[in-house]
Design a protein around this ligand. Sequence first.
Ligand code: C2E
Ligand code: CA
Ligand code: CA
Length: 756
Amino acid sequence: MIKAIKSPKLYRRQSTFIFTGAIVSIGINFLFISANFKSVFIDVTPICMLLTLIVLYLGMFHMPKLVIVPIARDLLIENIKDIVIIVDSSNKIIDINPAGIKLIMSFKNKKFNIKQGMNFIGIKFNDLLKFVPDIKHVTTVSDTSNEYTITFNFNNKTFYYRVYKSSIFDTDKSEIGRLFTFHNITKMQEYTNNLKQLNDELLISYRIIGTAMEGILMTDASGNIIKVNDSFQRVSGYKKDDLIGKNPRILKSGRHDKTFYLNMWHSLSTNGYWEGEIWNKKKNGKIYPKWMSITSLKGSDGAVENYISISTDISKIKKTEDKLHSLAYYDLLTGIPNRTLFYERLERSLIRANDNKKAVALLFMDLDGFKVINDSLGHAAGDLLLKEVAARIKSSIRKSDTVSRLGGDEFTVILENVDSHEYVQAVSEVIIDKILLPYSILDREITLGVSIGIALAPYDESTVEGLMRKADAAMYDAKESGKGKYSFSSKEIEKRNQEILEMQIRLNAALHNKEFILYLQPQTAFDGNEFKIVGAEALIRWETADGKIFTPDKFIPVSENNRMIIPIGNWILEEIFKIDRILKSSGINIKLSINVSSKQFENNNLVSKIKEIFKENSPQNIDLVIEITESFLMQNTEKAIQNLQKIKELGIGISIDDFGTGFSSLSYLTRLPADYLKIDKSFIDDIANINHKNITPSIISMAKTLNLKTVAEGVETQEQINRLIDEGCDELQGYYFSKPLIISDFIKYIKQYNKI
Ligand code: C2E
Ligand code: CA
Ligand code: CA
């Protein structure tokens, strides 16, 4: 009844039907029971009552369905958002609902000829579809011939419609038309598309995480590991199953203290981020450094949901760093501390010494004879030697003491907690003795010495610089007093250094003041019968205004250092021409040798100067020989050969001085334009030795093979002369015959000797 009231139209129809039905039924009953209709002999009352009941039933229950359903269906089709189109058997549209018309009308533009008020009835279904822009059939998995999806683009947006097609059959089952329903699934499709894209992105993210070079570890809010990538597993050595559900603290190396982790958590909780270097432990127990960043991921409510750590193994970087550190502080060759670390350590030692009132000793060491070995045997051999020396010094001192290499063949030792002079002396002696033991380098037995200068803090000096200066000076003192010695710093050394400085200053004036003199030392040759003077070596002396005479070993090295050797060398060249003229004027025609310093070869000084002087003094026919040390030649092989070639072309003889100390090889000698080998004095001295090594015969026979003449220097005894003559030495020079003489004395001497 309530339904009926709510639907007055239906109620009216229902009431009318029931009322009319009931009246008709009652009317019929009356007719039959009245006397006028005697033809019916049965009582029709129950039939009429049944009829009334049927009317009531139909009216009550069927009436609404019969009335409402068609209305509702109409309404549905009219108002539904889906598009409904009915076509006949020839595909012509018989009906299209307003949603359909509305959609097609919305495409109204110039391209599509759609006019206002069109109802599309009678046009072909396929022609209607032509109004739809960019319509496409999209294949989906659920497609059938009666159910498929179409898309079209409109207003820069893609629309998706699911099409349902059903046939309309006549009573004889023949198809008389079709019903098309278009359901807009754009929203759903977009959602699906988004989902798909999200899924793809997720997939990519997962792949990135999985294959990332960085180790990635993810935990939940309470710190339990929920995910680790391959890289993390590879580096840590842990498998996924070892880690999932565990707390990352199982990776702790134990290298960081509590505050480290406190700081990390503080940064994470305040900034949501932490980054730094951290040491972790691998499954095999090995600890390794990594660079790690941790980020906290928060949910929409702001609470932390996950922590993600991304880490890179930086062991390699660390190693490089350590290497760089050791490059900065350690000597690459020997592995001992270098100059930088030495200064740092000395500084610290001095501070400590000051605190605990103990002394620090600084030993400054310079190898004796290293340069010659290095120049002649080559740098590789020199390097091996330095390594061995470093090891020997190291083995002579306590672990707490520092040995370092300052460069070249200079080493230092810092001795801490020194309480006696004797202790420092003992250590120095051990070092000297150890270094003196023979070395076997490149199948050769080599000996080497060391000179040690010692300065003590706080007695000599208490600063790094002061101590260095004192020890350095003491070292030179040790060298001067004979190699392989040690020397403590003293005031006298300082005085001597002062003298060297003064000498440098005075050297500058010496040339101008004509304070240099060339002495001549005779060189003799045995003609099978007697000795004759065949030449002389010019040896320089410096006579100062106050009557002091300096031998060249005092001032030549100094002049080489301040480059005074160039003008001095030029003066010697000019002077030797003068001497030759004086000798010739006295009827003396001999070969004259001069010594040339390696410094004179630099910048082609020597060659051009010789050419110039030759020109100036032409046509003087001088028999000149230049003496050049073997060790110098070994330093400058190619350049030296070229220069010597040029000198030789000028008709000057070349003599290799101090031969036998420089280890020059036979093959090298064959390339040199030399004329003389001057056998070093040490081998001549050796002749008189009981355990002599008998080197001279081999040098002489080698020189003969190379077509070189031999000159023995430093000949002092008859025994030496006998031997050398026996062995076939060409010329002899030494105190036995004469010391170097001034020219007037030399002329007297030669006239007498050669019976001129
Ligand atoms: P050097 O060229 O090997 O000269 C030989 C040195 O031995 C000379 O010393 C000479 O006086 C000395 N001597 C000669 N005979 C004997 C002997 O029988 N016994 C002993 N014990 N010694 C002997 P000096 O004159 O002091 O020269 C030393 C070095 O100075 C020379 O060694 C040479 O390398 C260098 N020198 C000398 N004069 C010059 C020069 O004019 N220019 C250059 N650049 N260097 C020179
Ligand atoms: Ca010489
Ligand atoms: Ca010599």
